[in-house]
Structure formats: C-alpha cells, structure tokens
Ligand binder design. Structure first.
Ligand SMILES: NC(=O)c1ccc[n+]([C@@H]2O[C@H](COP(=O)([O-])OP(=O)(O)OC[C@H]3O[C@@H](n4cnc5c(N)ncnc54)[C@H](O)[C@@H]3O)[C@@H](O)[C@H]2O)c1
Length: 371
C-alpha cells in the first residue's frame, strides 16, 4: 500500500502521525511511504531520518494526498485539506466528527474512508488510541501544577515534595481514571500528600491496591470535596462521564474557601471542565486567576510535548495502521472489531451512530458495507 503522511497544519500542532521507526515497519511489510517535507520537524524528526528509514519526501501536501492510498494524520483535516481527499482514500486520524458538522459533510461529499482514532474500541470498552494522550496529560498536569505553584507564576510558593523538616504540598485528584492515575503517580513520586476522589468504589479499590502510601482514596461527593479543597495546594480535574459534559464538582462559590495561590489544573476542560470557573486556555496563555486561585485549563495539553506525544500516539496507532496496510481497510475491519468501530464515514455514508445522531444524518450499519 502507498502511505502518505502530511505535515499537520492545524494551529500549534507539532505532532506527526508516523515516526522513522514506523516507516521502517511499513517498509519491512513491503509498503511505500511518502512523508511531506518537514512533517516531523516539530517532533524532532528530520527529513533525513525518514529517508534513512526508507521513506521518500514530497515537497507539499497536495502531492502527499495525490499519491497516497492511506493518509495517516494526527488532527482532523482542516478546511483547506477537504478538497484534497480522493474518493476511496483511507484516512486514519483523529476526526471528532460529532463536534464539527462542516467536517462531517465535507468527508461525506469527498467519499473518503474515514477511520477515526478516537472511536477505535476494545471489547472492554477502552479506547486504545485516546489512552496515550490521557497518559501524557495526566503526567503533565502535575508538572504544570508544580510550576504554577511557584510564587513568580502567582502560586502559593510551595514545593510539591517539601524538604526535610518542611511538609510537602497537598494534591487532590478528582477522577481516578487514566488521567487521574497518572497524575497521582507523578505527584506521589515527587513526595506530595495525594488524595484521589472517584465515584466508582471498584476504581478506588483498585487504586488503593496499587498506589504508594502517600496516596489516599476518598469517595467523590460534594460534602467531601468541600471539606478537602480548603487544605489543598494543587487540584487536578480528571473526571469523565462518557458522552456527557463533565459535572461541575468545584463551583464558583467554593473558590473563596481555598487558600490563596492554590492551583487548579482542569484536564477535563475539553469536555466542558469539572471546575465551574474553567474556560479553555492555550499554551501561549495557559492560566488566569479568579479569587486568587490560579486556573490552568489548556485544552490540548499533549501539544506542548510533541516528542513524547508523537511517540506515545504512534506506539498505539502503528499496529492498527499495519493491519490496514497489510490487509486493506475492508478485510482489516472485517477481521478486527476494534478497527471496525473506528469507521465513521465510508464512501459518502455515515456508519457511526454517534455521528449520525449528532447531525441528524442517515445511519448506515457498517455490516451492510463490509458484508
Ligand atoms: N486537556 C487535555 O489536553 C486532555 C488530554 C487528554 C484527556 N483529556 C480529558 O481528561 C478527562 C479524563 O480522561 P480519562 O482518560 O482519565 O477518563 P477515564 O474515563 O479514564 O476516567 C474518568 C474517571 O472519572 C470518574 N468520575 C466520573 N464522575 C466523577 C465524579 N463526579 N467525581 C469523581 N470522579 C468521577 C470515573 O469514575 C473515571 O474513573 C476527559 O475529559 C478527557 O477528554 C484532556
């Protein structure tokens, strides 16, 4: 198969969909790979490193879309890319169709085969191509939180781990899923006193078993949240209710009960945020202050560490991409139900219920196309 990797053109996107190691794997399996010039630059991969691995470099995005049978990307195509998609061309990338009607209509009109990273799903209902980015964001939440706790950045001026003779900081993690677990691991590793709250008792049990002694688990409810936040230095928002907006666990009135200089990192901001006063910010201007409480609410946290994020993402996507290239998308999706669930728009038809529901479009069961 001919695989094409365009340079990401969405604002501030420095990740790339394939590393030189990935190119080498495709070559080993007999495929041809074209990379757009400088596509890997933002993640630290030069054109030469791709050439060494066996890829050819193309000068512009048009030639990549023009030649490829499968396009591998990170972010959804933006408007200027719509017309480059060819009928029958396979696109393997994040799409998030339910949040963009124009993108949905454009991909229907272009008759591409749109396989979305975010809906590839395992039988245990986990989302293997979203997990790596949650892992990055969870770990980063504590790194960023520790930074904004510094006085020059308007924080309390407390060191997360303390020092001998001085107690460490108190960290509260709301939600003990992928993001919350990684955040708790980082904060506890630095020596902070960590509390994780979740509504799921089985989840709290599992966390209590694996976390070190400086991590406590507490049931998440308004009473407990109100009680704990008064003593916290850093609070990480990491809740998710699948398919719904995040619940506001920390409300505006609660801010006044917190210590001045407390830092809130609301990772769940991409689902509306679990802190009422959070609104999305960018890496250029990541924080704002309300009632002397620092709010960090960057909606695409992994974008700041493209080297790590690219490797984490491609570790997860490559095995699926190889199946698609080796078998062709149809047979790969017939044989692997995880990949089949990734199909969202196929040959002008919407084959993912969530997308058809979002925009009132006709839903075609994927079985009708695959059988
Ligand atoms: N900002 C970013 O850059 C970025 C990056 C990756 C993920 N995210 C977001 O982070 C959020 C968390 O993702 P995840 O992968 O950890 O999800 P997850 O499903 O693994 O975990 C969510 C957890 O929240 C818990 N929860 C639900 N309601 C709760 C409540 N009222 N109180 C406490 N806990 C509650 C669930 O039981 C679950 O354990 C999502 O909104 C995701 O989109 C943001």
């Amino acid at each position: 198969m001919i695989i094409g990797v365009p340079k990401e053109i969405k604002n501030n996107e420095n990740r790339v969909a394939l590393t030189p190691a990935g190119v080498a794997e495709f070559k080993k399996n007999g495929h041809t790979v074209y990379i757009q010039s400088t596509a890997g630059e933002g993640s630290g991969f030069t054109d030469d490193s791709y050439i060494e691995a066996g890829a050819s470099i193309l000068p512009d995005i048009k030639s990549v879309y023009g030649i490829a049978e499968m396009i591998m990307k990170v972010k959804e195509p933006i408007e200027s890319e719509y017309e480059l998609v060819k009928p029958g061309q396979l696109l393997f990338t994040y799409f998030h169709f339910a949040s963009s009607e124009p993108l949905t209509h454009a991909m229907i009109a272009r008759k591409g085969i749109c396989l979305a990273y975010e809906t590839v799903e395992k039988t245990d209902r986990s989302l293997p191509l979203l997990i790596p980015m949650s892992e990055v964001a969870g770990r980063m939440a504590v790194q960023e939180g520790a930074k904004y706790l510094e006085k020059p950045l308007k924080g309390r001026g407390i060191l997360l781990g303390g020092v001998p003779g001085v107690p460490p900081a108190n960290v509260l993690v709301l939600g003990g899923g992928i993001v919350g677990t990684q955040a708790a691991k980082m904060a506890s590793g630095l020596g902070a006193h960590v509390t994780i709250m979740d509504v799921s008792l089985p989840r709290l049990r599992a966390l209590a078993d694996i976390m070190p002694a400086n991590v406590n688990t507490v049931m998440s409810n308004e009473f407990n949240i109100r009680r704990y936040i008064k003593h916290m230095d850093l609070i990480v928002g990491a809740v998710l209710i699948p398919g719904a907006k995040a619940p506001h666990l920390i409300t505006r009135d609660m801010l006044k009960t917190m210590k001045a200089g407390t830092v809130l990192v609301d990772v769940a901001v991409d689902q509306g945020g679990c802190i009422e006063t959070c609104k999305p910010t960018t890496h250029e201007n990541p924080t704002f202050i309300i009632d002397e409480v620092v709010h960090y609410c960057v909606a695409n946290m992994p974008g700041a560490v493209p080297y790590t994020s690219t490797l984490a993402l491609t570790n997860a996507t490559l095995p699926y991409a190889l199946q698609l290239a080796n078998k062709g998308w149809k047979r790969a999706c017939q044989e692997n139900p995880e990949l089949r669930l990734g199909l969202n728009v196929v040959d002008g038809k919407v084959v993912y219920q969530g997308v058809s529901d979002a925009w009132g479009l006709t839903y075609t069961p994927i079985e009708e196309i695959l059988n």
